[in-house]
Design a binder for this molecule. Structure first.
Ligand SMILES: Nc1[nH]c(=O)nc2c1ncn2[C@H]1C[C@H](O)[C@@H](COP(=O)(O)OP(=O)(O)OP(=O)(O)O)O1
Length: 198
């Protein structure tokens, strides 16, 4: 049995008799006594960037060669370091993973990801990059390739991508939350268009 904090307890908890135990959708058990403190305890949050590079009717994706999301086509990004802003992290990660130097970044979305049974919440800041210098090069982490906007390989990507890419491609800002079971199944999600992003 694991004891952990979970943000979805309010909807998901169910009790067996008095002193037992709820199982939330992330597979986290709690006792009734612990419920309140869990509500007050946020999951550990890690901030990531995701730079989406595009030119007329085409989108640059990278095939992740190792690590988290290996084997999937994705935008370029990674963890924001302690000594940098989110935008600085986005520029650094894009250059490390593709060789491109972003000249202009526009934040277009914020996505949160949770994985059932894992207390870490990923906060991913998504940027649109239309001005950059350099040519895409294969790096240790990524193999870049241009795709036409009507030929995006969604079946080899994170399952959430097919949901929010259409908003991104038409220039609409968005916020989303996705709860995953493993890396291939979305248990629940919300996705909303927004006027402004922080
Ligand atoms: N469900 C999801 N859908 C999506 O489109 N992108 C996701 C995603 N979950 C994570 N990402 C992105 C965010 C980020 O750009 C990337 C994961 O970053 P990485 O693990 O590659 O970070 P780092 O390169 O900093 O890690 P290390 O090199 O292992 O320290 O995948």
């Amino acid at each position: 049995m694991s004891f952990n904090n979970c943000r979805c307890l309010i909807q998901q908890i169910s009790y067996k008799q008095d002193r037992v135990l709820g199982l939330c959708s992330r597979g986290v058990y709690v006792t009734k006594k612990q419920k309140l403190s869990y509500f007050q305890m946020p999951a550990t949050r890690k901030v990531f960037t995701l730079a989406m590079v595009r030119k007329t009717n085409s989108l640059l994706l990278g095939l992740k060669k190792k690590g988290f999301g290996e084997g999937k086509w994705n935008g370029f990004g990674g963890k924001v370091e302690k000594d940098e802003t989110v935008s600085e992290g986005a520029v650094r990660e894009l250059e490390e993973e593709s060789g491109l130097v972003a000249k202009c970044l526009r934040k277009i979305g914020i996505l949160e990801f949770e994985f059932a049974g894992d207390p870490v919440l990923l906060e991913v800041h998504v940027f649109d990059v239309t001005h950059y210098e350099g040519e895409p090069v294969e790096t240790e982490e990524m193999l870049p390739q241009w795709f036409p906007e009507d030929g995006i390989p969604y079946d080899q990507m994170w399952p959430d991508d097919i949901l929010w890419y259409p908003l991104y491609l038409k220039g609409t800002k968005f916020k989303g939350y996705f709860l995953y079971q493993g890396h291939d199944t979305i248990l629940e999600y919300t996705l909303t268009q927004v006027e402004h992003l922080p």
